[in-house]
Write a protein that binds this ligand. Sequence first.
Ligand SMILES: Cc1cc2nc3c(=O)[nH]c(=O)nc-3n(C[C@H](O)[C@H](O)[C@H](O)COP(=O)(O)OP(=O)(O)OC[C@H]3O[C@@H](n4cnc5c(N)ncnc54)[C@H](O)[C@@H]3O)c2cc1C
Length: 390
Amino acid sequence: MLDNILKEDCCGCSACAQACPNSCINMILDEEGFWYPKIDKKNCINCKKCENVCPTKKNSINNNERKGTVYISYALDDGIRLQSSSGGMFRLIAEEAINNSMIVYGAAFDSLFEVHHIAVDKIEDIRQLQGSKYIQSRIDDAYTDIKKKLKNGKKVLFAGTPCQVAGLKSFLQQDYEHLITIGILCHGVPSLKIWRKYIEEQKQNFKSEIQEISFRNKQNGWKSYSVYIKFCDGSVYNCFFADDLFMQLFLSNICLRPSCYNCHFKDVWNMADIVLGDCWGVENHSPEMDDNKGTSVVFVNSTKGETLWKPASSKMALKITNFNEVFSETSEVIKSAWRHPNRRRLFKLIENRDLKQLKLLITVSPIKRFLYKLIKIVFRDNNECGNDNI
Ligand SMILES: Cc1cc2nc3c(=O)[nH]c(=O)nc-3n(C[C@H](O)[C@H](O)[C@H](O)COP(=O)(O)OP(=O)(O)OC[C@H]3O[C@@H](n4cnc5c(N)ncnc54)[C@H](O)[C@@H]3O)c2cc1C
């Protein structure tokens, strides 16, 4: 049963918890700060529904058939681009969806600046879903809710990370004509424990509660984005992303979820009806699409995706491209993130060190890096993290 799943194989989508007819699976935070299903074995009736909806067990979407069309694009409205992480594509597609009476699901902050999937059906509420939040969003009971809505004939647009889209499809167990999915290109999600530590340190440093956070403030341009925090007393923290402690830990891959180093959902051509990402490097191949305000790369993979994309695209600048113009074949878009050699050490020390001290673990000497690679080859990557059961 689910007991035999390795942490490395559990993406935390919670499809199993929602499928359990006896409500005997709860999502529990582990010691590293990631959500995992915990089964109340006394009440388990061994129906195997949890196993049947697990997207990793199904491993359903890795045929890598290259279909659909790839675009480079951005919203013509600069205001929308400024509020968005990349080119503002999500906002335009979500507007189109709501104008077509669809309910839109996406990731929003709660009052503690943790992230949950919520539903919106008004244009003015899309704003809460805009912008990348670099912590795993909790699905809560969104899949169950979506199933009910689809069964009642409602139309739904769901946006999330590739594993969340796979979790939804696996939970539903059938195609629905009125469901359209958006997958967000994702190199991994960092530990909630690290995020909570960061928030606490920020509040202590500024001696104030937090009012607003943006991971991708574009005041100094899209390529030099900053982490922006507005505090309740009016003070502001605005730090170039590469100098921010949380972003340094996140982007070095030292604190990602174990399953992100072994991601089963990297098939950009099949993961969702539409796939959105940052078009990093646009200045090299399509300088005419680059003004440093944010440019997206978009995969429109299905006819359903086109029904929203076509009308939304009248509000965009866009160019048709192909995968190889934008990405290399070793890109983290199709390959899992590299596991940092000091990951295990970081989580051993996490309780007793502050983030500045933990950050020192990011730097690895060339000798250690070489030895780590050698061990990975000799032992076939069988070390470090994710070999524990959930
Ligand atoms: C954890 C994470 C890692 C990412 N890694 C990459 C990467 O390696 N390469 C790349 O090109 N792009 C990555 N992105 C995507 C990128 O940052 C933009 O979100 C994307 O290009 C869409 O931009 P936009 O301007 O169209 O819309 P935006 O308004 O910026 O994006 C909003 C959309 O993102 C979703 N979203 C935001 N936070 C989360 C979350 N925590 N979990 C699930 N969904 C979320 C919202 O539901 C909404 O659908 C990542 C995003 C996240 C959240």
